[in-house]
Design a protein around this ligand. Structure first.
Ligand SMILES: Cc1cc2nc3c(=O)[nH]c(=O)nc-3n(C[C@H](O)[C@H](O)[C@H](O)COP(=O)(O)O)c2cc1C
Ligand code: SF4
Length: 545
């Protein structure tokens, strides 16, 4: 298998070609160093050939983009970061740090009340101060010092975050760089950073860059190819991603998979023949990973490695992998929460001790997601498990979806559980129940049931997931209007793409004059895949016979 072959990046050998994408987690301490929870999170993902940390700010002045983000802004943090690299090396993997200055992509309250800086006066969130030559020199120096600290901390390499519209990209992109001095040539800023970093560190240095910014005036694959050609003698690898500030870009939700990402990578490959190329793009299966490796040297997995930390081992051993369903729910709630995953309740809790062993028969009642997850966990703990489901199929509400995209992507959860429970020897009893249940996993809350309408006007003013779905069905036979509430609670990528799907189907967004059916239902809490799976997991984890 190509993904399992080693890869050399300068003088660092990766055990395999699967790279864990840089992902912000909220697991760092407020001071910016790795917490024990973060160290456990990385150690748990040791089977990848390389981990790249989340974006890590380079100064404690104006470089930060999120709370509880990693920051390599002071020498006294070196021993704290060294604890992370030591832990990763102890389990046989490698780790690079991703360094960032966020430029205009932040707010003052995140950067200790200082001014937001950018190459040009093109604000994004708050007003910006245009960088002077002194600011430029200062930030170059910040990158250099952070790089020195990275090497001293034991990182195996450095990745400069030049993608997703952060400061380096703000210089590189013609859409955000309108300077009238020599830095109008945006590559100059990157070149100077690389030259200076090269002077002080000997570990590999790579660049993450967006192949496209989804803007004809911004970065395009050809332009990116030219940028790389200019700096490639200072780089040890290139990591291709996508996007600037809009909803399109990296973490695409299940409504869309951008087929062109392979084509864009092919264009850039022509410019990067002799450098290792990393490519990211919603990869969840080994078949997709193989396609990536036809063009690139390493496949980068983001959310899939959150959903299943053992993805590499399972692929190697032919075991079922737990798919990331690209729901963009719990992993994207980062403004108020640590990173979590709807299908993997252990994400963020890797620090907990291993589950206690158990023995004997356990009868689980309820074959929805909670019961499926509980059966899996009990079986892993050593119990013999019988799972009783009153209907003739497993999955409960997963079988009720009307949104075809959700049906397809979320249906894969069932595919996983069916294969995994079979492998674990769980005995599934369909169309049956038992009086002697040890664990009852029947949902206590459920989504509203579907009602069919024909030839009427319907107004949906609701944030309930089920109604988002039913719109797909109703619009076939009715005039359907939705309010903005329908998109509430969805991350911006999923909200944007759902709106696009609705537009294609003829769903209307203006206020209707007269309607026959009004659905008005705004909820603070509602059932979700994450809650159902989490309930099964935690009940089974603490279950005592
Ligand atoms: C929770 C989360 C946090 C992310 N944080 C970062 C980050 O710190 N730096 C970065 O370059 N990309 C970040 N990304 C983008 C990912 O690295 C990756 O490009 C994107 O998720 C697409 O890969 P995937 O489809 O395999 O998830 C983040 C994505 C997610 C889901
Ligand atoms: S929350 Fe959803 S999108 Fe995020 S990693 Fe988990 S399954 Fe994937």
């Amino acid at each position: 298998m190509k993904i399992l072959e080693p890869l050399r990046v300068r003088d660092v050998t990766l055990n395999n070609r699967v790279v864990m994408a840089p992902m912000i987690t909220n697991l760092a301490t407020p001071e910016g160093y790795p917490s024990e929870e973060m160290i456990a999170y990385f150690v748990r993902r040791r089977s990848v050939g390389l981990m790249i940390t989340e974006y890590t700010y380079v100064n404690k002045m104006d470089a930060r983009g999120s709370p509880n983000q990693l920051g390599l802004y002071h020498d006294e943090l070196i021993p704290k970061f060294a604890r992370l690299t030591e832990a990763v090396h102890n389990v046989g993997s490698k780790i690079f740090v991703q360094l960032v200055h966020v430029g205009r992509k932040t707010r003052r309250n995140l950067i200790w009340g200082n001014e937001v800086i950018a190459p040009s006066d093109i604000p994004l969130i708050e007003p910006v101060k245009v960088m002077t030559k002194d600011d430029i020199n200062r930030v170059i120096d910040d990158f250099v010092k952070a790089s020195e600290r990275a090497e001293k901390s034991g990182f195996d390499g450095i990745e400069l975050h030049g993608a997703h519209g952060y400061l380096i990209a703000q210089f590189l992109s013609p859409a955000t760089n309108k300077r009238d001095d020599e830095y109008r040539d945006g590559v100059l800023f990157l070149e100077e950073i690389l030259t200076e970093i090269r002077r002080v560190v000997s570990i590999p240095v790579g660049l993450r860059i967006s192949a496209t910014e989804f803007d004809p005036l911004g970065l395009t694959p050809d332009l990116v190819g030219k940028v790389i050609s200019r700096v490639k003698d200072k780089l040890d690898y290139v990591h291709i991603s996508a996007g600037r500030d809009g909803p399109l870009g990296g973490s695409s939700s299940f409504y869309y998979k951008r087929p062109s990402y392979l084509e864009e990578a092919r264009i850039i490959r022509d410019y990067v023949k002799d450098l290792p190329l990393f490519l990211v793009g919603s990869v969840t299966t080994v078949e997709e990973a193989d396609k990536v490796l036809e063009i690139a040297d390493a496949v980068v997995l983001g959310r899939q490695i959150l959903a299943d930390p053992d993805w590499v081992v399972k692929v190697k051993e032919g075991k079922p992998t737990r798919y990331c369903i690209r729901c963009n729910q719990l992993c994207r709630l980062l403004s108020t929460r640590e990173v979590r995953c709807d299908v993997n309740p252990e994400l963020g809790w890797e620090i907990l001790p291993p589950m206690e062993k158990g023995e004997g028969l356990v009868r689980v009642v309820g074959g929805g997601l909670s019961g499926l997850e509980a059966s899996r966990v009990l079986s892993l703990r050593g119990f013999q498990v019988e799972l009783y489901e009153i209907s003739d199929k497993l999955g409960g509400e997963v079988n009720e979806y009307r949104d075809p995209y959700k049906k397809m992507e979320f249906g894969r959860i069932l595919h996983y559980y069916e294969r995994e429970l079979k492998r674990l020897g769980v005995k599934v009893r369909l169309s049956s129940t038992t009086e002697d249940a040890d664990l009852v996993m029947i949902p206590t809350e459920s989504q509203p049931k579907f009602t069919q309408y024909k030839g009427v006007r319907i107004l949906v003013d609701s944030n309930v997931y089920a109604y988002q779905d039913y719109v797909f069905e109703w619009v076939k036979y009715n005039e359907v209007y939705v309010t903005d509430n329908i998109f509430k609670g969805l991350d911006r990528n999923r909200a944007y793409l759902l709106r696009e799907k609705y537009k294609e189907l003829g769903v209307r967004f203006e206020k209707p004059d007269k309607v026959e059916v009004i659905i008005r239902d705004i909820r603070r809490e509602q059932p979700s895949i994450g809650k159902a799976i989490s309930k099964g997991y935690w009940n089974a984890r603490s279950f005592k016979k």
